[in-house]
Write a protein that binds this ligand. Structure first.
Ligand code: AHR
Length: 498
């Protein structure tokens, strides 16, 4: 058995926990919308066609914000196709996923669904095949109160009240050659700045996200962020990061440590943004919108050729190892709460998602649902800086990495302190000690773990609760919290004042 310790104090604060850390993503891709959140005719659907079983799971997951409508999809999307009487909506090709888009579901349906789910909308505009004019049009439709052509159309179609969308993505992954309307950093930076300035003319206090790199392995990574921000620094608030992780060539140790990569990715983007700010002599700080992140094991898949409507695309089935990695990625995001303002797990339902659903059938929680739901429920107050005393292990991709990774939150009002911790070792348990003296007399209020003797265990329609969080043995005695972390485990312990 290995040993590790954590050092924490309520005085060592990173930043407040941001509720927008618990965002998600709904793209018109595969079955995320159709037979995911929306399925008229499903026995559990409401009068708007929203699946009640999926909505209940979205609420349980604790999602606070949802990015929409893409993704690669948005770079060829005409938002106006998806509003107005359904019979008049055109059927189109979606080039990104070589699928047929019926446009049965569009911005008004999404706004209604978001209000029902109780989540904030993050809306992405098309800067692939479109530009400033169309971004202004969709803004007028969604946010202008009334008395203009497009706002009156919204009032006629769906809602008297504007939707008040604050957070806008200026396109999606335009550094990627696969993106419809792919651009150079200079072309994109100019377009993002022009679009941002126009949107602010319409509504000055919007929050705007410029596209960063599609992933940190892009050949243009770093230079892209630098050039885009040189051109758009004063006009935008956030720069995006996207990252998907998978075990490469069976290297599970590196996969289990991929939060190291997320840490470095965030630190590099923050350093690049701050360097641009310094060059521009600006006191403004750009923050990170990590608006696509997850485990995605079939990343190198071939898009379909059949032009089907809502085909089954990248419906990854997640196992226990994936859940531990997702829990660790949330630890990394929380640890960076001083600079990561928004994070969206991609995606919400069916497409690389914590929630699965079958047409006409059940919906269930994948393994990765559990660390997300527990983190969203328990992270409250302020994020604490945690000192980690841990043995290390060698990994192929990242060299020597700590076996244990952790973050903590503390809510001064309730007195709750919560420790989120992973054991990345595949065969050794870890005896963990966390001195609690800085918090006074405390006791364990609840403790959960996600682990299994079979790390390949999954949840399925037939066995939806094969993998669930289990109560974890944890005690506070002699001024320390003590618990034993199983191999490949994600654990959370909440302690409160006695
Ligand atoms: O989430 C799936 C896809 O991954 C998104 O459409 C795209 O932005 C990213 O490459």
């Amino acid at each position: 058995m290995l040993t590790a310790s954590l050092t924490l104090s309520p005085d060592l604060v990173v930043a407040p926990v941001r509720r927008r850390t618990f965002g998600s993503f709904v793209e018109h891709m595969g079955r995320c919308v159709y037979t995911g959140i929306y399925e008229p005719g499903h026995p559990g659907a409401d009068e708007h066609g929203f699946r009640g079983d999926v909505l209940a799971l979205v609420r349980e997951l604790g999602v606070t914000l949802v990015r929409y409508p893409g993704g690669n999809f948005v770079s060829g999307y005409r938002w106006e196709d998806g509003v107005g009487p359904r019979a008049d909506r055109p059927v189109r090709r979606d080039l990104a996923w070589r699928s047929i888009e019926t446009n049965e579901f569009g911005a008004d349906e999404f706004a209604r669904w978001a209000a029902t789910a109780g989540v904030e909308i993050m809306y992405a505009v098309n800067l692939g095949t479109r530009g400033v004019a169309e971004a202004l049009d969709v803004h007028e439709y969604l946010n202008h109160p009334g008395g203009t052509h497009l706002s009156e159309l919204r009032r006629k179609h769906a809602s008297d009240e504007p939707y008040g969308v604050r957070l806008w993505c200026l396109g999606n992954e335009l550094d990627g050659p696969w993106q419809t309307g792919h651009k150079t950093a200079h072309e994109y930076g100019r377009l993002a700045a022009e679009t941002a300035r126009a949107l602010r003319q319409a509504e000055p206090d919007l929050e705007l996200v410029a596209c960063g790199s599609s992933h940190s392995g892009m050949p243009t990574f770093g230079q892209w962020e630098s050039t885009v921000l040189e051109l758009a620094y004063d006009s935008v608030d956030h720069i995006s990061c996207h990252a998907y992780y998978e075990p490469v060539d069976g290297d599970v140790d590196s996969f289990l440590a991929c939060a190291v990569d997320m840490d470095r990715f965030i630190d590099s983007v923050v350093a690049t943004a701050d360097a641009v700010g310094a060059r521009l002599k600006s006191r403004k700080r750009i923050s990170v919108s990590f608006d696509e992140w997850n485990v995605w094991s079939q990343r190198h898949f071939t898009p379909p050729t059949g032009w089907a409507s809502a085909p089954r695309l990248i419906e990854d089935v997640y196992d226990v190892t994936d859940a531990v990695v997702v829990g660790n990625l949330l630890i990394s995001l929380l640890r960076h709460s001083d600079r990561v303002a928004v994070a969206c797990q991609a995606q919400l339902v069916n497409v690389i998602a914590p929630i699965r659903s079958e047409p006409g059938g059940p919906a269930w929680r994948q393994t990765i649902f559990h660390p997300f739901a527990l983190t969203a429920r328990l992270a409250r107050g302020e994020v604490l800086r945690v000192g980690i005393g841990s043995p290390t292990q060698e990994t192929g991709r990242f060299g020597a990495v700590p076996v244990v990774d952790a973050v903590a939150t503390h809510d001064a009002g309730s007195g709750d302190t919560v420790v989120f911790v992973v054991n990345r070792h595949r065969s050794e348990s870890v005896a963990l000690e966390v001195p609690t003296g800085a918090f006074g007399a405390v006791r364990v209020a609840e403790a959960w773990t996600v682990c299994d003797a079979d790390t390949a265990a999954t949840n399925t329609a037939e066995q939806p609760d094969r993998v669930v969080p289990r109560p974890q043995d944890a005690v506070v005695a002699d001024g320390s919290l003590r618990t034993t972390l199983a191999p490949v485990s994600w654990t959370v312990v909440r302690f409160d004042r006695r």
